[in-house]
Design a protein around this ligand. Structure first.
Ligand code: CU
Length: 145
């Protein structure tokens, strides 16, 4: 019977270690969403992520829209197209990853609020390892594509 206790003790020790050292938070800077015409089906949000250790942005949630997705843009036969990143977005250790117009971005689909300047879009970012971070992204009327 004595051998049975050893694995149980090992599991308890591991759980204790995990509690003592939670994964470091991902830094989120400069979050904003682009203003969209009233009734627009979706809007883009942008921010810069810096993960202290290699991580992955796996999903985004917002109470301000039906759903939110992580998108990338690429040229397809001379046309810029957006595509959902189903596996999320890699965040190399210590390297700032900018989500910006014309590149990787967050898409809020089916907005429940008017994406007008002055509004705020709360975005909860979920990572593979680091704890989730919620930021309030101000809506800005910014031109350009
Ligand atoms: Cu998009």
């Amino acid at each position: 019977m004595k051998t049975l206790y050893l694995p149980i003790l090992a599991v308890v020790a591991l759980a204790g270690a995990a509690q003592a050292a939670p994964p470091a938070k991902v830094t989120v800077e400069g979050a904003w969403c682009r203003a969209a015409p009233k009734g627009a089906p979706a809007g883009g949000c942008y921010l810069t992520l810096t993960a202290p250790t290699a991580d992955r942005l796996v999903s985004v949630e917002t109470p301000a829209a039906a759903r939110a997705e992580i998108h990338t843009m690429s040229m397809d036969g001379g046309v810029m197209r957006m595509r959902k990143l189903t596996d999320g977005l890699a965040l190399p250790a210590g390297q700032a990853v900018a989500l910006k117009p014309g590149a990787e971005h967050l898409m809020v689909i089916g907005p429940k609020i008017d994406l007008a300047a002055g509004a705020t879009v709360p975005l909860t970012l979920r990572f593979k390892s680091a704890p989730a971070v919620t930021v309030n992204a101000p809506v800005k009327a910014v031109g350009g594509k």
